[in-house]
Design a protein around this ligand. Structure first.
Ligand code: SF4
Ligand code: SF4
Length: 100
């Protein structure tokens, strides 16, 4: 089991989750031409620290809730592993897609 970043992050990527992950396993990525972030299932220790940090509630605890995005996180993680962590967007910055 590992935590998963879902479609809600797509185009948003606040990156606030990356600041709190104790094992640095959340990587900035791109998917379908939009900014995104993925959790590396090889490294995630299921601590839950990232969950309350996401302003758009994009992180889920159970991969079975969203098998499609669980697979996307797993497939993209090796590619984006070494990307530098971006500056986080302020949480006061409204979601671009307007869903929370
Ligand atoms: S805080 Fe949420 S929106 Fe931002 S990168 Fe993490 S999962 Fe994506
Ligand atoms: S659950 Fe913990 S280890 Fe896994 S991505 Fe979130 S903060 Fe990182």
């Amino acid at each position: 089991m590992t935590f998963v970043i879902t479609e809600k992050c797509l185009g948003e990527r606040y990156a606030t989750c990356m600041q709190v992950c104790p094992v640095y396993c959340i990587y900035p990525a791109e998917y379908e031409g939009k900014v995104f972030a993925v959790i590396d299932p090889e490294l995630c220790i299921d601590c839950g620290a990232c969950i309350p940090e996401c302003p758009v509630s994009a992180i889920i605890e159970d991969p079975e809730e969203d098998p499609k995005f669980a697979k996307i996180n797993e497939e993209l993680a090796p590619k984006y592993k070494n990307e530098p962590t971006p500056e986080p967007r302020p949480v006061t910055d409204p979601p671009r897609k307007g869903h929370v």
